[in-house]
Write a protein that binds this ligand. Structure first.
Ligand SMILES: [Fe+2]
Ligand SMILES: [Fe+2]
Length: 308
């Protein structure tokens, strides 16, 4: 059964639209060599134009039935941890990207990051539509939903997004010329938050829903969100690869940021009510398996950037 589940995740990472992003995590060769071709900023922009989607087209009617009639109350509560982390995470990254975009040194980088701001806004609306059409919460307005769902988060989440990422983007708002702060922000945003946390959560959540045959509208939309995230992480990889080759100071900034962020990011994998350390299981996977997947993806990206 374990092998079958892992194969499910593997077959998803082979999707042609995910592979088109050239995110190094999706390429087994990155276990062995740093010599992997990445897309340039212009190519990433063109891919964005080809990979558009609409939240309005998703049909959540089966999801509504599943949520209220097929998924037991305790499981609904357990699912709220992942859903809330994503919903609030999307809102936070949408808002933090402006200063990063302004601080990017070239126009090609800025234009791509503008597309990413639009994507993050669409991800917020995706969760809002899912919550509203399924009837997940009492609250109706977007701000009220975010407030109500935030009660499910854990402390590490606030530390990572508000303190670590927030302090870097604040610095970039005041000093857009500070390229070292920009390298730190991209390491946190694209490598840790999107690359390690979001994409790992997405692959396991989609896998679980497909296995249980639940929430088909959500899975379809979340698959599109994951495609966008692979494209964003592909930007982070090419940007950090360039910077790491440009100056050892930037290489050290990437390493330093990872050392600070990884223990906190790891804590985000555990819901506030989790017990049992590495053996803690959620939806059929242990924390250890989740960590393993996240670590493999990170190592491949770092190798390609020039740090592995
Ligand atoms: Fe996103
Ligand atoms: Fe993203």
């Amino acid at each position: 059964m374990e092998a079958k589940e892992a194969a499910g995740i593997r077959s998803r990472t082979q999707r042609a639209d995910y592979q088109a992003t050239a995110d190094p995590a999706l390429n087994e060769a990155a276990d062995r060599t740093a010599d992997i071709k990445l897309l340039g900023y212009g190519e990433l922009y063109d891919l964005w134009e080809r990979q558009q989607w609409q939240t309005q087209e998703l049909d959540f009617s089966q999801d509504r039935e599943d949520w209220h009639e097929r998924i037991p109350e305790e499981e609904r509560f357990q699912r709220m941890y992942g859903l809330s982390s994503f919903f609030i995470g999307e809102q936070k990254v949408a808002e933090e990207l402006g200063p990063i975009m302004r601080a990017a040194p070239t126009e090609d980088q800025k234009v791509f990051l503008c597309t990413q701001i639009a994507d993050e806004a669409r991800h917020v609306r995706f969760f809002e539509r899912f919550y509203r059409e399924v009837g997940v919460l009492e609250a109706d307005g977007l701000s009220e939903m975010l407030t109500e769902t935030s009660s499910h988060l854990n402390q590490n989440f606030g530390e990572l997004f508000d303190e670590m990422l927030g302090s870097r983007t604040e610095r970039l708002s005041q000093e857009p010329e500070d390229t070292e702060a920009l390298v730190e922000a991209v390491t946190l945003y694209h490598m840790v938050i999107e690359g390690m946390l979001a994409l790992t959560g997405q692959h396991f959540i989609m896998e679980y829903n497909e296995r249980e045959n639940t929430l088909p509208g959500f899975v379809e939309g979340f698959g599109n969100v994951a495609r966008d995230e692979h494209r964003h992480v592909a930007f982070g990889s090419v940007f950090l690869r360039e910077k790491a080759h440009e100056d050892d100071r930037y290489k050290a900034a990437i390493q330093r940021t990872l050392e600070q962020a990884l223990p906190i990011a790891d804590g985000v994998f555990s819901p506030p009510w989790a017990e049992g350390g590495d053996d803690f299981e959620l939806f059929g996977y242990s924390l250890g398996e989740t960590r393993q997947f996240a670590a493999t993806c990170l190592m491949r990206r770092l190798k390609v950037i020039g740090l592995g």
